[in-house]
Ligand binder design. Structure first.
Ligand SMILES: [Zn+2]
Ligand SMILES: [Zn+2]
Length: 288
């Protein structure tokens, strides 16, 4: 397809927009300004249809500020319940309106439904109110290993190796396919192994948004922290026949200039396999 690799927004199609691209914790300082300091949040929008969003990190707040008058129906796909993937929820302005409905798909934890887990971290003394005290309606759907029809899309959900129960998603919508694997443990001692479920999610995707938090040296010291290198992200893309890989979940300590270098190295590696590689940045939009 001739549009591939084109990073400019255009009319129609499926637009992937990055509102938060950091992992672990939000960060704010001049050296991270170009790529941005908000945590995981990526929207998937088709003109005239309900918006989708991957994860509810702090990037959810600025995205929410772009919404006009309601009613709104939004579908969210949460990878897991670590802070950097859920912390934006209370600050999502559309939920301060009674005519907003947010459907949240994601994993429970150790037998506990996801909605109950949300109510455990969003409550006093950690936060003044609980989720059901927001004006809008939130409907939680526990998913982990299944395929669901959501609005006009087919969404495949598979477990992803990380430190706690984690989902990856494959969204087929408007004739396009986007895979989202935000936090992914690189197999220690077996860097060429790729989980079967992850390959299912990524197979032939037009766009893969994938963890690339660590350099190889960092991975040595943080081998069981649940993340991977850009090299491994390229390996996943290569094995799955992905055309465009977006490096994501940047380390909060990675300054812009270092991220330029990390991305350039991965892009060179990707070129050898015919894969376009770019780095996620706040404000980046890709229309497929
Ligand atoms: Zn994370
Ligand atoms: Zn995590």
């Amino acid at each position: 397809m001739s549009h591939r690799g084109d990073l400019h927004q255009r009319q129609g199609g499926l637009t992937v927009a990055f509102h938060g691209v950091r992992g672990s914790t939000p960060c704010s300082c001049p050296t991270v300004r170009r790529y941005g300091g908000n945590t995981s949040c990526v929207s998937l929008e088709v003109p005239g249809a309900d918006p989708f969003v991957f994860d509810l990190g702090t990037g959810l707040r600025p995205w929410g500020a772009t919404f006009g008058p309601g009613p709104h129906r939004i579908h969210a796909f949460v990878s897991h319940l670590h802070w950097d993937h859920v912390q934006g929820l209370p600050f999502f302005v559309p939920l301060h309106r009674a005519d907003t409905r947010l459907d949240v798909y994601g994993p429970g934890h150790a037998g506990e439904p996801m909605g109950e887990a949300f109510a455990r971290f969003m409550c006093p003394p950690f936060f003044p109110i609980e989720p059901d005290e927001l004006a809008g309606t939130i409907v939680f759907h526990d998913v982990h290993h299944e395929t669901v029809e959501v609005a006009d899309a087919t969404v495949t959900v598979r477990p992803v190796p990380h430190t706690d129960t984690t989902n990856g998603y494959r969204v087929e919508r408007a004739g396009r396919c986007v895979a989202y694997v935000s936090d992914h443990q690189e197999p220690v001692g077996d860097p060429d192994h790729v989980d079967e479920g992850v390959l299912e999610l990524c197979e032939g995707a037009d766009l893969l948004i994938h963890d690339a938090q660590f350099t190889p040296a960092e991975l040595v010291d943080r081998a069981d922290w649940g993340h991977c290198t850009a090299r491994y992200a390229v390996e996943v893309a290569r094995r799955a026949g992905v055309h465009h890989l977006v490096l994501f979940h940047h380390d909060p300590g990675r300054h812009d200039d270092a991220l330029d270098v990390l991305c350039a190295e991965a892009a060179e590696r990707g070129r050898r396999h015919g894969i376009v590689v770019s780095a996620a940045a706040e404000g980046l939009k890709i229309t497929l």
